[in-house]
Design a protein around this ligand. Structure first.
Ligand code: AMP
Length: 222
């Protein structure tokens, strides 16, 4: 099962990715998480990457495509994988296709910009596990502390309002065409086209999860 999860930052992709990867026994491949890895950020190139990430700019397609190509060679991808935050540009989407990487489903979680700003500015993360909290809607038992390990939570450098607005601007400009690309491909009737599923991301986490699984079930039977 190869899945692409698309949607603006803060749509809930990370949370839904956990449900999907657990169910299908596949790894989540988040290009953002790979880029945030201290092993990458500690290198000279990593410093440039960090500066771009902190201001919400995209990393070059070449770097991203190489990272993903080497990641999917790893042994844990034999059952498939879920891409979270990739592809974000048309050249990235085209690289997947031209490398003959078959994608079963493209799932888009749709949500409005103002809601995203509200969600992301309250987001807190446990860096060790990637567990996600929200100061209002999903707060940890002890403020600013991970429920499982008791370790401190962080706010991502790019989760401030100005950077969120910039990330959204880039999403509309660079990633919206990727959504169109997959919709058009499906519409063309090509049997290799991934099945496109559109999900309303405004509902609560459980409802979004139920909707995604219902759509996957319905479309797997076709
Ligand atoms: P994310 O964790 O998916 O929100 O990504 C955080 C940041 O990492 C983005 O704002 C970009 O700077 C960078 N990034 C992650 N994935 C990609 C990608 N597929 N293409 C380019 N830049 C990316």
């Amino acid at each position: 099962m190869n899945i692409i999860l698309l949607g603006p930052p803060g749509a809930g992709k990370g949370t839904q990715a956990e449900f999907l990867t657990t169910f299908y026994h596949i790894p989540k491949i988040s290009t953002g998480d790979i880029l945030r890895d201290p092993a990458i950020q500690g290198t000279p190139v990593g410093l440039q990457i960090k500066a771009l990430m902190d201001t919400g700019q995209l990393i070059s397609d070449k770097v991203i495509i190489e990272l993903v190509e080497s990641r999917i060679q790893q042994a844990d991808c034999t059952n498939g994988f879920l891409f979270d935050g990739f592809p974000r540009t048309l050249p990235q989407a085209e690289a997947i296709r031209s490398n003959g990487i078959f994608i079963d489903f493209v799932i888009e979680i749709e949500i409005e910009d103002d809601e995203i700003v509200k969600r992301l500015s309250g987001r807190r993360i446990h860096p060790g596990s990637g567990r996600i909290y929200h100061i209002l809607h999903n707060s940890p038992k002890v403020p600013n502390t991970d429920d499982v390990t008791g370790e401190p939570l962080i706010q991502r450098n790019d989760d401030t309002e100005a950077t969120i607005r910039e990330r959204l601007r880039i999403y509309h400009q660079q990633t919206k065409p990727v959504l169109f690309y997959y919709k058009e491909w499906q519409r063309s009737g090509d049997p290799d086209a991934p099945c496109y599923i559109l999900i309303n991301g405004h509902a609560d986490v459980d409802e979004v999860r139920r909707h995604i699984f219902a759509e996957l079930k319905k479309n797997s039977q076709k």
